[in-house]
Design a binder for this molecule. Structure first.
Ligand code: CTP
Length: 410
C-alpha cells in the first residue's frame, strides 16, 4: 500500500522551508531530474519531531543541479564538496538545503571512510549505504506521485514499531560509530534496538577491530551525551558500547553530582558530553585509544587523575583545599567531584575560590618594601590568614603586614 505524506509535509515544515523546497521542485522539473527528501528529515516528519535540517537527494548530479538552481532562482551555493558531489544552498529567506547526488559507497577496509561511486544512481542503490531502516526513507518531490513515501527497507513499519534495525549484518563492521548512533536514536525517540541488530552489535563489541574511526566515534558520543536523560551513561555501560573506547569505565556515575556541578555553573552546557566521556576513559588502560583528544581535553583527564591519586581532602583544612584546587581547570574540578564526591570541591568553588588578597605590590612599596620575589611570599602569608577566616578588609591586611612581616632590610 502506498503512503503519501503531503499533509505531514505541510504541517511539519515551516513556511520558509516549504518555499525553498518548492523552488527546488520547480528547478528539478525544468531540469527533468527526480529529487527526494531523504533520511533524518523524513523520519522526523513521520515522528512529528521538529525539523532542523533539510536533506535532498538528487537522482543525478547535485552540483550541476545546484548551479542551475542558483543561476535561475534567488539563492546561492554556500559550499560544494566536489568529491562527494554535494552542495549546500542558501535561499533568500535564509533556509539552507543540503543537496546530495545519489551515490553508492563501499568500505575498502573496516573503519576507514567509505569510497563513493556510481553518482546519480537510482535511489534504491543509494539507500543501501545507510545505517538504519528508519533513515532510509525518502519522500518523492517530483513527478505524478509527489509526496509518495519511498520505503525499500520497511523503515515506515520500523518507525511505527519504534525499532532501530540495521540493513545488513556488516553494518557495524563497516562503521562502528553506528553503535553509538543506534543508542542515540534509541534514547532520543524512546525506541528499542531490534533483537537481531542488538545481537550483531554485541558480536562486534566482543571482537572490536583495531582500526576504528575514532573521530566519528567521538562525534557520535558528543551527540549522544548531549541528550538530557538520566540513564544515558548507564545505557553505554549496559550495552557494552563503552568497549569502543575503554576497557575500564566507571560502572556508574552519580547524576546528582553532575546536577550539582551544573548548578554551580562551572562548565558550559556544551561541555557536558566530555564529562561523561571522561568517566568512561579516566581509569582505562587502553593506551592506544586517545579519541583524538585535544591538548585541553588531555589536560583535564590528567589533572583529574592526579587529584584522585592525592585522595580526599579534610573538609576543615582550607589551606590544603585551596592548594589542591586553585590552579585546576574548572572542568577538571567538576570531573573530579563527579567521580569522587569529594565535598571539599564544593567548599572551594562556593567559598574559598572567592578569597583574594586585597593589597597589591604598590601597597607593599608604600609600606617600605623593595619589589622582589619576597612579595609573593608576603601575599601567600596573607592568603593563609584569610583562608583561616581572618583579615577580612584591606586595612586588616595592611596592619598584618606592619605587625608580622619583616622588611628585607630588617
Ligand atoms: N549515516 C550513516 N552512517 C553514519 C552516519 C550517517 O549511514 N555513520 C547516514 C544516515 O542514513 C543518515 C544520513 O547519513 O540519515 C545523514 O547523517 P546525519 O545527518 O548524521 O543523520 P540524521 O539522521 O539526519 O541525524 P540527526 O537527526 O542527528 O541530524
Amino acid at each position: 500500500m502506498s503512503v503519501f505524506l503531503e499533509k505531514e509535509f505541510y504541517e511539519m515544515l515551516s513556511e520558509k522551508m516549504k518555499a525553498a523546497v518548492s523552488i527546488s521542485c520547480l528547478a528539478a522539473k525544468e531540469r527533468g531530474v527526480d529529487i527526494f527528501l531523504i533520511g533524518g528529515i523524513v523520519r522526523d516528519i513521520i515522528l512529528g519531531n521538529e525539523i532542523k535540517d533539510i536533506d535532498i537527494a538528487v537522482q543525478s548530479d547535485a552540483v550541476g543541479f545546484c548551479e542551475y538552481l542558483a543561476s535561475k532562482y534567488d539563492c546561492k551555493i554556500e559550499s560544494t564538496q566536489e568529491k562527494l558531489r554535494t552542495s549546500k544552498v542558501r535561499f533568500n529567506n535564509n533556509v539552507v538545503i543540503d543537496f546530495a547526488s545519489t551515490r553508492e559507497e563501499k568500505y575498502d577496509s573496516p573503519g576507514v571512510l567509505p569510497s563513493a561511486f556510481n553518482f546519480g544512481c537510482p535511489l534504491n542503490q543509494d539507500v543501501k549505504r545507510r545505517d538504519f531502516t528508519i533513515n532510509t526513507l525518502a519522500i518523492k518531490l517530483t513527478g505524478d506521485d509527489k509526496y509518495k513515501l519511498i520505503d525499500y527497507y520497511s523503515g515506515y513499519e520500523d518507525i511505527k514499531n519504534k525499532q532501530i534495525r540495521i540493513l545488513h549484518k556488516n553494518s557495524f563492521v563497516d562503521d562502528p560509530s553506528r553503535i553509538i548512533r543506534a543508542l542515540k536514536f534509541k534514547e532520543r525517540f524512546d525506541f528499542m534496538i531490534e533483537p537481531e541488530t542488538y545481537s550483531i552489535m554485541q558480536s562486534y563489541l566482543n571482537n572490536i577491530s583495531k582500526d576504528i574511526p575514532l573521530e566519528r566515534i567521538k562525534n557520535e558520543f558528543r551527540q549522544y551525551f548531549m541528550i538530557n536523560k538520566e540513564n544515558i551513561y548507564g545505557e553505554i555501560i549496559k550495552s557494552n558500547a563503552y568497549k569502543l573506547i575503554s576497557d575500564n569505565p566507571l560502572k556508574e556515575i552519580n547524576t546528582d553530582r553532575i546536577k550539582k556541578m551544573i548548578n554551580l555553573n562551572i562548565f558550559k552546557e556544551t561541555e557536558i558530553w566530555f564529562l561523561y566521556v571522561a568517566c568512561l576513559i579516566v581509569n582505562s588502560n587502553c593506551t592506544d585509544i586517545n579519541l583524538n583528544m585535544t591538548a585541553f581535553e588531555n589536560k583535564i583527564i590528567s589533572e583529574t587523575q592526579n587529584m584522585i591519586l592525592s585522595g580526599i581532602v579534610d573538609i576543615n583544612d582550607n589551606e590544603k583545599i585551596y592548594k589542591k584546587y586553585n590552579d585546576k581547570i574548572d572542568l577538571s574540578l567538576a570531573l573530579y567531584f563527579v567521580i569522587s564526591g569529594d565535598e571539599s570541591v564544593i567548599k572551594f568553588l562556593n567559598v574559598l575560590k572567592q578569597i583574594k588578597v586585597l593589597i597589591n605590590g604598590n601597597d607593599l612599596i608604600e609600606l617600605g618594601f623593595i619589589p622582589s620575589k619576597y612579595f609573593s611570599e608576603i601575599f601567600e602569608n596573607i592568603l593563609k590568614e584569610k583562608l583561616k577566616g581572618l583579615l577580612k578588609t584591606k586595612e586588616e591586611e595592611i596592619n598584618f603586614v606592619k605587625r608580622h612581616i619583616k622588611k628585607q632590610s630588617d
